[in-house]
Ligand binder design. Structure first.
Ligand code: MN3
Length: 240
């Protein structure tokens, strides 16, 4: 049995526990460190969840993770491909009457795909803290980790309607920055590379937390994967 086949079978055997996180992460990332969001033809693809859907229990329940990944993130990927196809069709047929509609839709659906892809990798099943260069940058740009936590929590909790709280790296100012995103694509700063994204759409928490968005945001700090955030910062600085 070759190594690849052995690893595949080993994955099946351990399927009841957790998936081999490092290899799934590796498959989800391209050589330049960016998430793999498209295939070779430029069509959007959804990478595998880097863990089983019960991995984030009890802070994020299995049913929410399953529905969220399969139907909300998955639905956005399908819709983004349709938007892309409709734009290509408009261009091919020289009929630009509805191209602005599909362009707006693509911004919404593709942004959803980007943020959800980052979201899954931002989470793990244990409490971690920022370390090393990431911690240094947090202290430089926000004063302390506690101040950053309070800032991004307040920003996430107070999104009007559906949206995200986002910690990003802004290459133009060479600083970490916080954004409060509405829907998936509004209130961005051009150029920002998202590092940590907090989904506060109701589909992210309503089954378990009901109307208590604040409790959900507070609970997330038990499962944030700060190692992933640190890797993303490292990549963002290289891309900038
Ligand atoms: Mn979502």
């Amino acid at each position: 049995m070759n190594r690849k086949l052995f690893l595949k079978n080993a994955t099946i055997l351990t399927g009841a526990s957790i998936l081999p996180v490092s290899s799934v992460f590796a498959q989800n990332v391209q050589n330049n460190g960016l998430d793999k969001l498209t295939d070779d033809n430029g069509n959007f693809i959804q990478s595998a969840l880097p863990y089983n859907d019960n991995f984030l229990e009890p802070f994020m329940d299995q049913e929410t993770t399953h529905l969220h990944y399969t139907f909300h993130h998955g639905g956005a990927v399908k819709a983004a491909n349709k938007d892309l196809a409709m734009i290509r069709k408009s261009m091919d047929e020289n009929n630009l009457e509805t191209v602005d509609y599909w362009t707006k839709k693509l911004s919404y659906h593709f942004s959803s795909h980007v943020l959800h892809s980052i979201f899954w990798t931002n989470l793990t099943n244990k409490k971690t803290n920022p370390e090393g260069q990431l911690l240094k940058d947090i202290e430089k740009d926000f004063g302390s980790y506690d101040k950053l936590k309070a800032y991004i929590a307040a920003t996430s909790k107070n999104v009007d309607g559906a949206g995200w709280g986002i910690l990003g790296y802004q290459p133009y100012s060479k600083k970490l920055t916080i954004m409060q995103c509405e829907n998936h694509e509004k209130l961005t700063q051009w150029g920002v590379v998202p590092l940590l994204v907090i989904d506060v759409w109701e589909h992210a928490y309503y089954l378990k937390y009901k109307n208590k968005r604040n409790d959900f945001v507070d609970a997330l700090f038990n499962i944030i994967n700060w190692d992933n955030v640190a890797e993303r910062l490292n990549t963002a600085k290289k891309l900038a």
